[in-house]
Design a protein around this ligand. Structure first.
Ligand code: SAM
Ligand code: DTB
Ligand code: SF4
Length: 336
């Protein structure tokens, strides 16, 4: 790969990022960030990071799949789609008491946010009372709440807000021009509409994407441009690295160069300086050194706990040991 050297001075400074509509990020500008020498890119990302956050503090979110598998959508990366034979068994929506037990355990382990995910195209009206109850009760435990239930209409978003939901996760996943290669059952515009309903309801937006789908750098830049140009950009930005699951169409895809993943984190940090940038799926497949580079590039949030939705995540004990080695602190823990 040839690396184009762009003088740092010719690139927009982070201080000037998106003050108004005229300052929308152009894909070419984001590609220029990607093309910086790795050390320059990481230095800039770390500078931006330190301007807005304590660089040694990481926020911990724990995930729970409240309704697994049998999903009507055909997202080519996903083990929960009913379109693919992946061995994931479909289950019904969990009972509130079971969810509360998992939430209490997550809190006891040190998580500050509890994220509940359902393998739905969108929630049915009959499910809304139970998921709203989950939000109320999990919040009462003193945890921040997040849900990811697929597409929402305006009324559903308002009901979740009334129940006290803090964040709603709904990803754009990839660049608009690549999207049709990955998902055919819902459009990019459908996703933007859901994000608008969430924003209008006053719920914080958690929106990111997934890389390693066989996309090119231009598409990774295109995804970040979409995210950074949302007005305002999301409070929380999960960056997932494809976890290849046998039976999904994307199993067997050429894995992404790990440094390209780190670059993606760094560019997300620079273009969305105030956002929590979450190192999401794919951490189990990364070694500790690579994760440390992600923290250096501006990651300040992770999924914490042994399982994501259906696939493995590093054991909590392993994460605690990594934090100890790096001198990192979980948000909510007393400063040293
Ligand atoms: N069904 C809901 C939806 O799609 O909005 C919520 C759950 S869905 C699993 C949330 C996100 O997880 C997807 O948008 C995708 O970015 C990520 N994801 C799903 N399967 C993945 C995989 N195999 N590897 C990495 N990320 C994955
Ligand atoms: C997000 O962006 N990543 C999480 C969360 N939001 C819901 C999900 C990752 C799922 C990885 C595949 C699995 O475990 O099924
Ligand atoms: Fe269903 Fe979400 Fe998986 Fe797509 S990513 S198949 S919508 S669970």
């Amino acid at each position: 790969m040839t690396t184009v050297t762009v003088p740092l001075s010719s690139l927009r400074t982070h201080a000037a990022s998106r003050p108004n509509d005229a300052a929308r990020w152009r894909v070419a500008e984001i590609e220029a960030l990607y093309a910086l020498p790795f050390m320059d890119l990481l230095f800039r990302a770390q500078q931006v990071h330190r301007e807005h956050f304590d660089a040694n503090e990481v926020q911990l979110s724990t995930l729970l799949s409240i309704k697994t598998g049998g999903c009507a959508e055909d997202c080519g990366y996903c083990p929960q789609s009913a379109h693919f034979d992946t061995g994931v068994e479909a289950s019904k929506l969990m009972k509130v008491a079971e969810v509360l037990e998992a939430a209490a355990a997550a809190k006891a382990q040190g998580a500050t946010r509890f994220c509940m995910g359902a393998a739905w195209r969108s929630p049915k009206e009959r499910d809304m009372a139970r998921v709203s109850e989950m939000v109320r009760e999990v919040k009462a435990l003193g945890l921040e709440t997040c849900m990811t239930l697929g597409m929402l209409d305006g009324g559903q978003a308002r009901s979740l807000k009334d129940a006290g939901l803090d964040y709603y996760n709904h990803n754009l996943d990839t660049a608009p021009e690549f999207y049709g290669r990955i998902i055919s059952t819902r459009t990019y515009q459908d996703r933007l509409d859901t994000l608008a309903h969430v924003r209008d309801a006053g719920i914080h937006v958690c929106c990111g994407g997934i890389v390693g789908l066989g996309e090119g750098r231009a598409q990774r830049a295109g995804l970040l441009a979409q995210l950074a140009n949302l007005d305002p950009y999301p409070e929380s930005v999960p960056i997932n690295n494809l976890v290849q699951v046998e039976g999904t169409p994307l199993a067997g895809t050429e894995p992404l160069d790990p440094f390209e993943f780190v670059r993606t984190i760094a560019v997300a940090r620079i273009t969305m300086p105030h956002a929590m940038v979450r190192l999401s799926a794919g951490r189990e497949q990364m070694d500790e050194a690579l994760q440390a580079l992600c923290f250096l590039a501006g990651t300040n949030s992770i999924f914490y706990g042994d399982k994501l939705l259906t696939t493995a995540n590093p054991q909590a004990q392993r994460d605690r040991a990594l934090f100890e080695r790096l001198g990192l602190r979980a948000r909510g823990e007393a400063a040293r």
